[in-house]
Design a protein around this ligand. Structure first.
Ligand SMILES: [Zn+2]
Length: 140
């Protein structure tokens, strides 16, 4: 199975890592730890586009905001699911990346958008449990 992708928050390099070794994953270029929460990377619009352009595999993106209560509930569930499912798991902050959110027509948050071959294949509004998210992931 393909390794998930992350972007180094220190040097902005694209990295592959092993899901089973997220705690010790370091950047192949600068050697700093990859800034992963479980197997989730917070990305900018540029990082989001780079990763989508780089992989044909599943990319799962949680669009969220710091003021959104349900997003805080969903965050840990999204992280839990990231450790037990295939795919690259990303978070996009809809406040700092509002143009991207607008472009993708993100209205309510949290909103989880699923991409394959760089194209959206499904989206789900609202908070979910890790189990609910895993069920969707297995159906894709
Ligand atoms: Zn780096």
């Amino acid at each position: 199975m393909a390794h998930p992708l992350s972007i180094c928050s220190s040097c902005n390099s694209l990295n592959k890592y092993e899901r089973t070794k997220v705690k010790t994953a370091v950047c192949g270029k600068c050697g700093n730890p990859l800034n992963l929460k479980a197997a989730v990377t917070q990305v900018s619009t540029e990082g989001f586009r780079r990763i989508l352009g780089k992989t044909s595999d599943l990319v799962v993106v949680d669009f969220w905001a710091s003021w959104c209560g349900p997003c805080q509930v969903y965050g840990p569930e999204f992280e839990k699911a990231s450790l037990i499912n295939e795919g690259t798991f990303l978070k996009v902050n809809t406040e700092s990346e509002h143009l991207l959110s607008q472009e993708l027509g993100i209205r309510g948050i949290p909103c989880t958008v699923f991409f394959k071959n760089g194209k959206e294949v499904q989206r789900q509004s609202g908070a979910m449990s890790a189990d609910q998210l895993s069920t969707i992931l297995r159906s894709l």
